[in-house]
Design a protein around this ligand. Structure first.
Ligand code: ATP
Ligand code: MG
Length: 454
């Protein structure tokens, strides 16, 4: 009983952490040649200099799951200065908690000194407070022991250390067993850990979706209730986490799960609105599935395209509204684009640098409908034609527009001159109407509205 009580107070994990399990090769079966040369070399060299050094975190998790990690973190008892002195091609980064980037060819290994637990940080914090009023950790910058380093990590499967020289996994929190059971379990008291850092809720969902794990009930339960805490997270961090999800290769599943956990509100302020529109949801999910497919085929994905698709139905609605209000097609579209981008800039910090790409792609959606005269030829030369066309295909696929338009452009791109000429449409009804109006010949060239820049 007392043990159970203390277990709660000390967030359970500390009991388990006293004696780590040392798991030999015959049990963990991590193939040494799956470990990157840089990670191997970093650990070996640090050990030769008398330090302890392990591959840690997501890389160990992914190796145990049989995957190839995309990057490596190494944890050591050497200080950043000591690490820096050992590796010629290395540099210290970060101000508060300094890490060392060690470079091997194109590979960069992130080396960090074992970090202290939240409690150690609080004790060392002689200034104001190390957490905010919701319990969110503001400072996390004290060196610690290997055991403390493990306990401050989020999930048991992310808290294992792998020594590639001895081929041993050091496991303080039962991560190896959890990998086997395909379970994602928070270290310590889940609610408290989510309060310390609400991003962990998003990480739980992303990792579960991307690695085919189930969030165990205890770690899952507090999420719905604490989802609102994501509002307090700095936007830039939220944005980084969202990018990780979008580019995980499992974003469609991730978004489904975010929704299931009631978390999609915090990720993208308008995503929940979009997901509630029947037409918008289909479009977004299709775009996400498309993104996953591209990533899993090793093709590049542009963030501008992705954001443009997430917000397309917002733009569509605002576009229609502006037209209803009496604006012409192109000015109405530009007005809608600005309106949607402005809301995003205020709410979520989609960095402005993506705005230009998004606008290009959206503007092309109106222009691609116009298939007469010289316009289609000019559009083929447009630097964003490919993105605009791919976007158009998504619209066709979810029947927002006639599939015939997509087929036409597909054919037009690859046709020879003669076929192209035969494919051109007469004049669009809109353009015809305009021309019927008598022209005033005498007037000097007036400033043309500039809306139809096509
Ligand atoms: P991936 O890189 O595949 O997204 P990862 O688990 O490696 O997943 P990173 O952001 O690279 O994620 O973090 C590396 C490690 O740092 C994690 O495995 C975990 O041990 C620890 N970590 C990262 N973010 C947090 C957090 N918010 N709270 C506690 N520990 C964290
Ligand atoms: Mg990682």
């Amino acid at each position: 009983m007392i043990r159970r009580f203390l277990g709660k107070v000390f967030s359970g994990a500390l009991f388990k952490s006293a004696q780590p399990r040392v798991i030999p090769f015959k049990t963990h079966r991590i193939a040494r040649d799956h470990v990157s040369r840089g990670a191997m070399k970093t650990c070996e060299t640090l050990q030769q200099h008398g330090h302890t050094a392990y591959v840690v975190g997501g890389a160990v998790r992914d190796l145990l799951l049989g995957g190839i990690p995309k990057d490596y973190d190494v944890a050591t008892n050497a200080t950043p200065e000591e690490v820096r002195a050992i590796f010629r091609r290395s540099r210290i980064i970060g101000r508060r908690f300094r890490l060392v980037h060690v470079m091997f060819g194109a590979e960069t290994i992130e080396v960090s000194t074992f970090r202290g637990s939240a409690a150690a940080n609080e004790a060392a914090d002689d200034s104001d407070h190390s957490t905010d009023e919701h319990g969110r950790i503001l400072r996390d910058n004290v060196f610690g022991s290997m055991e403390e380093d493990a306990v401050r990590r989020d999930f048991t499967v992310n808290a294992m250390f792998y020594d590639p020289v001895r081929e041993e996994v050091i496991d303080y929190h039962g991560g190896v067993a959890d990998i086997k059971a395909k379970k994602l379990c928070m270290i310590g008291d889940p609610a408290q850990r989510y309060r310390e850092d609400p991003i962990r809720m998003l990480r739980a969902v992303r990792l579960a979706a991307a690695r085919g794990l189930e969030i165990e009930a205890r770690s899952r339960k507090p999420i719905r209730e604490l989802a609102g805490l994501l509002q307090n997270v700095p936007k830039a961090r939220l944005f980084d986490e969202m990018m990780k999800l979008l580019l995980s290769g499992h974003v469609a599943e991730g978004v489904r799960r975010l929704r299931k956990e009631g978390l999609h509100h915090g990720v993208l302020p308008l995503l929940d609105v979009i997901l509630e529109q029947p037409l918008g949801e289909r479009f977004v999910m299709l775009a996400l599935e498309n993104t996953d497919k591209r990533i899993n085929e090793g093709k590049p994905v542009s963030p501008g395209f992705l954001f443009a698709s997430l917000l397309w139905h917002e733009v569509l609605a605002a576009w229609k509204a502006a037209e209803k209000g009496g604006m012409h097609t192109m000015p109405a579209l530009f007005h809608a684009m600005d309106q949607v981008l402005q809301v995003q800039a205020e709410n979520l910090a989609i960095p402005r640098r993506y705005g230009a790409d998004m606008k290009d792609i959206w503007a092309l959606q109106a222009r691609l409908l116009n298939r007469s005269g010289r316009r289609p030829y000019l559009l083929l030369e447009h630097p964003r034609f490919r993105a605009g066309f791919d976007f158009l295909l998504l619209r066709c696929a979810c029947r927002e527009i006639d599939a015939e338009i997509g087929t036409w452009w597909e054919k037009f791109q690859h046709a020879n001159e003669e076929t192209r000429a035969g494919m051109l449409m007469k004049d669009s009804p809109g353009a015809g109407k305009k021309r019927r109006r008598p022209r005033r010949k005498k007037k000097p060239a007036a400033a043309a509205g500039g809306a139809d820049a096509a």
